[in-house]
Design a protein around this ligand. Structure first.
Ligand SMILES: *Cc1c(COP(=O)(O)O)cnc(C)c1O
Length: 421
């Protein structure tokens, strides 16, 4: 459920008509709903009620400072994957003890910043990384709390570019080698083993792969405890999928996921951490764009929008589907038209949808891409020198610009000309 609904014939974000925001900030823009973000966080928090837990929002899904501040105020932790994300999390008000650091390639500088600024745990992904973190921690006179990310070799049944839990993926260490790797971690004085980490992929639409992974984590917990390790935290990663197509069957709900976590792992007495990103932010955001032209081609009509692949790359990158709807509600019974929906970027890949049915629209009309709150703005670029588009946060009847559109001058001023020219 989200808070983008037609009211009096106009698509609203909560109580604000999108036409009003478009008139003020110009198109294209991202728009996020506070009520939806809040609701999605609470769904996870409530799904784990009764178990010691922390919901660590995976901020790579949407790392706008306003979204992060909202999450921090709701009591979420943060899952960060870079020094930049760590800095954003701290700036938004997450205390260090609620920040977990994930990612396969943490640098010494990133480790140092997190150790100095405060960190809940590092999720380690390899033995070389373990040795380096030990060195960095010792050099600062600190002990780094760590888990090791294990790769359980289960098929998440998701898009190949976002599957991470099969043995051929670059993530984690093979679960078969976990005991050996934990023995090494325990021998390093700069590290303190606190638990186990697993994350098998993104946009999972079934619970079964989680069940398989959790069984392996439960067995590993027992084995590592028998080896003398303290396993008091289980970080189960993120990945629960969202319904991108309203017409499709819905992915499992957080409450069902939470019940599975409790069933498979509840008896171990561990604190549970989860790292949802997409499910919190995805359906809490839309991308609003204006139609520039309708161009009739041979056997097809192109809807040319002012948004492009640089603003929302998921269709070009993953072949992803986004529902696209007109902002002005169509009259009942109006016959849909079939369009190829494209952006102005000079790449054939800049195609949002082919053969998509939409009520007839024309130049100047607004359309909204649904489910664009996650991996939308965070994956945007300025390809074709199209400045990053603005982001707007709505709360009830109010809206605020939470990232302004840079002017061309500001975009150009980031480059400098060498003195020899
Ligand atoms: C990307 C990622 C997540 C979040 O995944 P979602 O599918 O957005 O829930 C969580 N943990 C790790 C380690 C990740 O890389």
């Amino acid at each position: 459920m989200d808070h983008f609904l037609y009211r009096d014939g106009v698509l609203h974000a909560e109580d604000v008509p999108l036409t009003e925001i478009a008139a003020e900030v110009g198109t294209p823009f991202y728009c996020y709903s506070t009520a939806t973000l809040t609701r999605h966080f609470r769904l996870f928090d409530e799904a784990l009620a009764g178990t010691d837990h922390l919901v660590c929002y995976a901020m790579k899904a949407n790392s706008n400072q306003a979204v992060l501040k909202l999450m921090a105020e709701l009591g979420a932790g943060a899952d960060v994957v870079s020094g930049g994300e760590y800095a954003r999390a701290v700036a938004a008000g997450f205390p260090g003890e609620r920040i977990v650091f994930s990612g396969v390639g943490k640098t010494r500088a990133e480790m140092r910043a997190a150790l100095e600024g405060g960190i809940r745990q590092f999720n380690l992904e390899s033995e070389p990384e373990m040795e380096v973190l030990n060195e960095v921690a010792l050099s600062l006179g600190k002990v780094a709390p760590v888990t090791v990310r294990v790769n359980p070799d289960v098929d998440a049944k998701t898009h190949e570019k976002i599957a991470t839990g099969k043995s051929e993926n670059k993530f984690g260490i093979p679960i078969s080698r976990a005991r050996e790797v934990y023995a090494r971690a325990a021998a390093l004085p700069g590290l303190e083993v606190v638990g186990i980490d697993v994350h098998i992929g993104s946009q999972l639409t079934e619970l079964e792969p989680y069940g398989l992974a959790f069984d392996k984590v439960a067995a590993l917990t027992a084995a590592l405890r028998a080896d003398g390790h303290t396993i008091r935290r289980l970080d189960l990663g993120g990945g629960l999928g969202i319904p991108y197509e309203r017409s499709n069957s819905a992915p499992p709900l957080p409450i069902e996921y939470g019940a599975l976590v409790k069933e498979k792992l509840g008896h171990l007495g561990c604190e549970i951490e989860i790292e949802p990103g997409r499910l919190i932010a995805g359906n809490a955001g839309i991308l609003v764009s204006e139609v520039i032209y309708v161009k009739s081609g041979e056997g097809r009509d192109f809807l040319i929008l002012d948004a492009a692949m640089n603003d929302l790359v998921r269709p070009a990158m993953y072949g992803a589907h986004h529902d696209i709807v007109p902002v002005i509600e169509p009259e009942p019974g109006v016959e849909p038209h079939v369009y190829d929906i494209v952006g102005p970027v000079c790449e054939s890949g800049d195609t949002f949808a082919k053969g998509r049915k939409l009520p007839p629209v024309g130049p100047g009309d607004l359309v909204a891409f649904r489910s664009a709150g996650a991996y939308g703005a965070t994956m945007a670029s300025e390809y074709n020198s199209r400045p990053l588009i603005p982001e707007v946060l709505v709360k009830d009847g109010q809206f605020a610009l939470v990232r302004a559109r840079p002017s061309f001058e500001e975009m150009i001023a980031r480059d400098t000309i060498p003195t020899w020219m």
